[in-house]
Design a protein around this ligand. Structure first.
Ligand SMILES: [Zn+2]
Ligand SMILES: [Zn+2]
Length: 550
């Protein structure tokens, strides 16, 4: 075991996932203040929202603080394979260049993503067996099996010479997870007996009373529902919930239906699960073109797009524009999922299109077709009883979830609870845990193929353009700075009468111009153009003036 020096400290630094559900990125540092070694736990993305970050699909944490000392970063450890935990590994790896550690199913999916990014030959992805251990410098990690809504979720027991931290990752207590390991309660209790400095824990459902429920009850409900349905059945849900896919496939089989996987991520998940030893008796799936010839009551489609994603299978089916899948009156779509906040309108849009065509909708509103993968308050309480930490550090939540979680921990007699924000550096040991520093943090956007800091304001400019268009005024000047041609105005997304009013205002400004500096003139023209647009229209577009010298 690593020896402890007098100046050594154990610190915790969240760079993503505190104050938001998504882009989880937590780092632990050990060593003297000016020479810490780091491990990173999870490296995930947040999905962009059309209205808020137009043109940006993926958002990830700003990790420059660690990138600047990447020689001290020992590795990225992934708790499980959800996008909000592994989705940023490929895009951020070039600024970290460290090995990646994960259990086999998670490692398989990470490798697939690195492959797509052209990084597979550069990145060392090292498999840790389920229930295995790993030593990285002063950190000794045990992977403890828990349950969630994906295969191989792990709680990490992070041991250091200054004490142990329990990092839950995402979890729930599912007494019957159907696939993969059950919660290793013996290991959790044993960890609690050891004495744990801090529990860094999932806050997603900290406001929800009771328990999240079991996949087994959803399996039963799906089987009963599918057995009663006539016509074609399509089930949509999260592709990463492999146990759920298995439940749907079993429901289909016992109802005499063949299963077709529709959507690339469904196919990828099933393949990854099979390659790592799961889904051994998953029924053989047919191609979506093969089932098209079967009678309606013999078909079940398992499709992506439960969140209303416009390019996913379900959106195209709802539009009746899918090349191989066609639903008609009397068919049924089961939404085996919840509505992720922000996606309400997109999902409603799809459901309206399906309903308009006489397709029946079954959702979690009136059927038990989904359970959450995150711990509700009774489950959180149980975890605190197992681990008995000295400090609660609620992460993986919006501020309201984190605050409710911290309050619950206090009610459960945890001696100390702190609500971390991204960029805050906490010393966990030695001594009483305390906030000691604030490091640069924030968000970066994957904008097309380019990573752009949120501070660059591109999303803000695009929102402004979506609201009031873009106006360009072109001026032509000679080498003495005199106007040499009539000005032109080009508008995008601007009503024609407004453009005409702007052109008049620009001409008047130029005519009234007396020997002024060309930069001053350009600025006066810009202001006049915006004012004219506002007078004619009530809106001020983004306005640019181009000066062309001849
Ligand atoms: Zn998560
Ligand atoms: Zn998760």
């Amino acid at each position: 075991m690593h020896k402890r020096a007098p100046q050594d400290e154990l610190v915790f630094l969240p760079l993503g996932g505190s104050g938001e559900i998504g882009m989880n990125f937590n780092a632990y540092g050990f060593g003297p203040e000016n020479d810490r070694q780091w491990i990173i736990v999870d490296c995930g993305v947040l999905f962009g929202r059309e209205g808020h970050t137009p043109g940006v699909d993926l958002i990830m944490p700003d990790i420059r603080f660690l990138a600047e000392q990447r020689q001290n970063v020992l590795g990225i450890v992934a708790t499980h394979a959800h996008e909000d935990h592994i989705g940023a590994i490929a895009p951020l790896w070039p600024s970290l260049r460290c090995p990646v550690y994960a259990t086999p199913f998670t490692a398989r999916l990470i490798t697939g993503k690195l492959d797509e990014a052209g990084l597979a030959s550069k990145v060392k992805v090292k498999e840790v067996p389920v229930g295995g251990s790993l030593t990285l410098g002063p950190f000794q990690l045990d992977f403890i099996s828990i349950t969630h809504s994906i295969l191989e979720p792990n709680l990490l027991a992070i041991r250091t010479p200054l004490g142990v931290v329990a990092h839950t990752g995402d979890w729930k207590i599912d007494p019957d997870p159907l696939l993969g390991e059950e919660t290793d309660t013996a290991a959790l209790e044993k960890l609690g007996d050891e004495g744990v400095l801090a529990l860094v824990c999932d806050s997603t459902n900290a406001l929800v009373p009771g328990s999240s429920g079991s996949e087994a009850t959803v399996r039963k409900e799906l089987a009963e529902l599918v057995a009663t349905l006539k016509g074609r059945v399509a089930v949509t849900g999260f592709a990463s919930n492999v146990a759920r896919l298995d439940s749907v496939a079993r429901a289909a089989k016992s109802a005499g239906r063949r299963v077709a996987l529709v959507g690339r991520s469904m196919q990828k998940m099933v393949a990854a699960a099979r390659e790592t030893g799961y889904l051994k008796d998953f029924p053989p799936v047919l191609d979506e073109t093969e089932v098209a010839d079967l009678p309606a009551h013999k078909v079940l489609y398992l499709c992506t797009g439960s969140q209303g994603e416009p390019r996913a299978a379900l959106a195209r089916i709802a539009d009746d524009s899918h090349p191989n899948v066609e639903l008609r009156e009397g068919d049924t779509v089961i939404f085996s999922s919840r509505v992720i906040p922000g996606n309400e309108l997109a999902i409603a849009d799809i459901q309206n299109k399906l309903a308009a065509r006489g397709i029946a909708l079954l959702t979690v509103d009136d059927h038990h077709v989904h359970v959450s993968g995150h711990p509700c308050r009774d489950e959180l309480s149980q975890m605190y009883r197992w681990i008995r930490p000295k400090l609660a550090l609620p992460v993986h939540g919006e501020m309201r979830h984190q605050v409710a979680h911290a309050e619950l921990a206090r009610q459960l007699q945890v001696p100390q609870a702190m609500v971390p924000e991204n960029g805050q550096l906490f010393r966990l040991a030695p001594g009483r845990p305390v906030l000691i520093d604030e490091v640069p943090s924030g968000r970066v956007h994957m904008d097309g193929r380019v990573l752009v800091g949120e501070g660059a304001g591109l999303a803000k400019d695009r929102r402004a353009m979506a609201f009031a268009g873009l106006l360009v005024v072109s001026l032509v000047v000679d080498h003495k700075g005199r106007i040499a041609a009539p000005p032109t105005v080009l508008g995008e997304g601007i009503p024609e009468p407004v453009e005409e009013a702007v052109l008049k205002a620009v001409e008047a400004t130029i005519d009234g111009n007396k020997r002024s500096d060309i930069d001053d003139l350009a600025e006066n023209v810009r202001k006049a153009a915006r004012r004219a647009a506002h007078d004619a229209w009530g809106k001020k577009p983004i306005t640019r003036v181009l000066v062309n010298e001849i």
